[in-house]
Write a protein that binds this ligand. Structure first.
Ligand code: NAP
Length: 279
């Protein structure tokens, strides 16, 4: 079989998905194409019609992760609770929606020896990625998830009414509230990302304990948050593994192929680092 896959978004020029999925196909000896399509919001219905006829699956990035939901024939329960879909499988013209970001962050944390189960999780940001991470942390048995964000009402919505979720204003980030409280800290804001132009004002909130830290930003490889965490001796990693594992889980959904995720991630990590000039 020759797989016909794609990724859509607006903008889409920056996407690493064709590289990652293409390398995965090569490694597995799978025939196929994985193309990036620039799809503006108004073009989504037309793209979905095309996908039903021509594609076996597609990934979705900003701004379509929510907008695609009304077009789906099925959605898995986790993606439905996230209100966001990043992977759509097409089978005989029927579309099923999934979200692999949560399993991506979980695998990235597992690689550091961290697990949401039984942990207190401090989550910075309340956007799309934060929502997937919050839901996954709660699904996996986190003791508590504390969301730090500029609009606490938005942060509280992330937990979907689960009493283990709470929200504090971003200005309440402190050693007492964050580093000294959490077992795991995840940055899901773009602060420190290349080209974003804004960064954390200070890193004293990392103090007071020995939490694991994952910054889901992966450009640059070492953000100033990661530098500050490393200087304090905290176990930390960037967002590359989350990106790679979400892609691996998407490919498994597209093709139904079962293959070991960790050796594939090792291979892809080297390839992506080379492409990013981080190798
Ligand atoms: P998003 O939906 O736009 O959410 C961004 C969040 O960051 C929002 O909650 C926003 O706050 C907050 N924020 C922005 N500027 C801030 C500031 N100056 N101070 C405090 N909070 C601020 O974006 P997203 O899709 O969740 O992505 C967030 C980051 O994660 C991006 O850098 C993206 O590249 C990265 N990401 C990585 C992966 C991966 O696989 N590694 C996957 C997805 C995303 P408001 O709600 O107040 O606006």
């Amino acid at each position: 079989m020759r797989w016909n896959l794609a990724v859509i978004g607006d903008p889409i020029g920056h996407t690493l998905s064709p590289l990652i999925q293409g390398k995965m196909m090569e490694r597995l000896g799978v025939e196929g194409d994985y193309a990036a399509h620039h799809v503006a919001a108004a073009e989504l219905p037309e793209f979905v019609r095309y996908a039903r006829e021509e594609l076996d699956g597609f990934n979705i990035t900003i701004p379509h992760k929510q907008a695609v939901i009304p077009f789906l024939d099925e959605i898995d329960p986790y993606a439905e609770r996230c209100g966001a879909v990043n992977t759509v499988c097409v089978r005989e013209g029927k579309l099923s929606g999934h979200n692999t970001d949560g399993d991506g962050i979980r695998a990235a944390l597992r690689g550091m020896g961290a697990d949401f189960s039984g942990s207190r999780v401090a989550l910075l940001g309340a956007g799309g990625a934060a929502k997937s991470i919050c839901r996954k942390a709660l699904d996996c048995g986190a003791e508590a998830v504390r969301v730090f964000c500029r609009t606490p009402e938005k942060g509280l919505q992330l937990a979907g009414g689960d009493s283990r979720g709470e929200a504090l204003p971003f200005s309440a980030l402190s050693a007492e509230n964050c580093g000294g409280w959490a077992d795991i800290i995840v940055n899901a804001t773009p602060l420190g990302m290349s080209g974003f132009g804004q960064d954390f004002a200070d890193f004293s909130f990392l103090g007071g304990g020995r939490p694991f830290l994952c910054d889901i930003v992966y450009k640059p490889a070492e953000t100033s948050l990661l530098k500050a965490a490393a200087a304090r001796g905290l176990p930390c990693k960037n967002g590359l593994d989350m990106l790679i594992y979400q892609a691996i889980y998407a490919f498994r959904l597209f093709t139904g192929m079962e293959f070991a995720a960790d050796p594939m991630a090792d291979f892809l990590r080297d390839e992506v680092k080379k492409a990013l000039g981080q190798g």
